[in-house]
Design a protein around this ligand. Structure first.
Ligand SMILES: *Cc1c(COP(=O)(O)O)cnc(C)c1O
Length: 393
């Protein structure tokens, strides 16, 4: 390698190391529901987005196996060429009916859905008003769109209003996560929907962490917030509560038809494999067929939070499965994560750039498949670790 490159790569990595921001992936050796084996040690898993435990659901494994037998293991081409297996249409129909929208479009991941939708819809001359804590994929999508981007303070409706005060006959997008992935709070969707309506703007909500979890019937953060999905563009993923892989956009017919013709992340990539499509189709049904799983998740969430509060910690207050414990600086956060890991609870430290500087935290997340005993054990390990590392005195 040329020394110019060597220098740049080494210098960047060394700087990152010096600031305690090196990233390392941990190999998971075995999965036993909400317990996993790492380095030959069986640990409690409290950092998964598999909120409903669907990655291990027998009916989903069966659906995936059956589809692989029937259709093979890969799609073989982009959806535009010959990779548009009939299962895509079935999944899209199912998704739009699940989300109560006119139509839906399936992408290979949520990240690609965000790029395809935002950069597909908005372009030069358009304005995107974007929440400061939006997911990285939305941030990249905004850049890719070449629209004018106005970033507003997190969940602050009056700032959204102010940022739109000079907009009269320009096309504008209000862009927000439904559930914020590092804080677990829900966007002020009722107010944002009203604002979008009054300004003739398009509201786009990335509901990656709300789908399957929030609302009376698990439809997500719009249902939770009492917002009519008509007119809203929802983006989501099959890879979190739904246990599989893939992204989607659900919304008005014209929007979806436009995206079907304009989304580059839809065309220039291979379609999802049949096993994944089939498991996604089935998981949407399971959300309706097994509502007790969602109820169980919420029971775990409230028990977990209540026990943390009783022990003197202040977990975030959102209704979601994401429970942050704010610590602040990098070192104590890493120390606490390491202490937890050594005592049998796996939950990596969240550091910049995933969260803002000075706002390092543990991002804990609940699963419906955690037993009450596991929840209690997790709380007691967290409290012990907090005392040992000086987070609690
Ligand atoms: C995880 C996540 C995505 C990306 O979804 P994938 O299907 O994992 O690519 C998008 N938006 C938010 C808010 C997320 O948390």
């Amino acid at each position: 390698m040329h020394s110019l490159w060597e220098q740049k790569l080494e210098q960047t990595l060394n700087e990152q190391r010096a600031r305690g921001l090196s990233r390392k992936m941990v190999d998971v050796e075995e999965v036993h529901g909400p317990e996993i084996t790492i380095d030959n040690q069986r640990v409690l898993l409290f950092s998964s987005n598999d909120y409903l435990g669907y990655t291990q659901h027998p009916a989903l494994k069966e659906a995936a196996r059956k589809a692989a037998d029937e259709w093979g293991v890969g799609a073989g081409a982009s959806r535009l060429i010959s990779g548009n297996l009939g299962l895509n249409a079935e999944l899209e129909k199912k998704t739009s009916s699940f989300k109560h929208t006119d139509d839906a479009l399936v992408f290979c991941t949520g990240f690609m859905a965000n790029l395809g939708v935002v950069a597909g819809l908005a372009g030069p001359g358009d304005i995107i008003i974007s929440d400061s804590l939006n997911h990285a994929s939305l941030v990249d999508a905004c850049r890719l769109s070449k629209a004018e981007v106005r970033i507003v303070p997190h969940a602050d409706v009056s700032s959204f209003k102010k940022a739109m005060s000079d907009i009269s006959d320009q096309r504008a997008v209000i862009l927000t996560d439904g559930v914020f992935s590092m804080d677990g709070d829900v966007a002020p969707l009722a107010d944002l929907a009203e604002l979008a309506e009054s300004k003739g703007a398009l509201l786009i909500v990335d509901d990656a962490h709300g789908t399957g979890v929030l609302g009376e019937t698990g439809r997500g953060s719009l249902e939770y917030s009492g917002v009519d999905p008509k007119g809203v563009v929802q983006i989501g993923t099959f890879s979190k509560a739904l246990g599989g892989l893939g992204g989607f956009a659900a919304g008005p017919e014209l929007v979806i038809e436009y995206l079907r013709n304009r989304s580059r992340t839809l065309f220039y990539t291979t379609g999802l494999p049949p096993s994944v499509l089939a498991s996604n189709i089935k998981s949407l049904s399971l959300v309706d067929q097994e509502p007790e799983t969602r109820a169980r998740l919420h029971e775990n969430i409230s028990n977990f939070k209540q026990q943390l509060v009783e022990s003197g910690l202040r977990p975030g207050s959102g209704p979601t499965a994401i429970v942050p414990i704010m610590i602040g600086e990098t070192d104590p956060t890493l120390a606490m994560a390491a202490q937890l890991r050594s005592t049998g609870l796996y939950c990596p430290a969240m550091r910049p750039p995933t969260v803002p500087p000075g706002e390092c935290r543990l991002r804990l997340s609940l699963m419906a498949t955690h037993t009450s005993e596991q929840v209690e054990r997790a709380v007691s390990l967290i409290i012990d670790a907090a005392h040992k590392t000086g987070v609690l005195s």
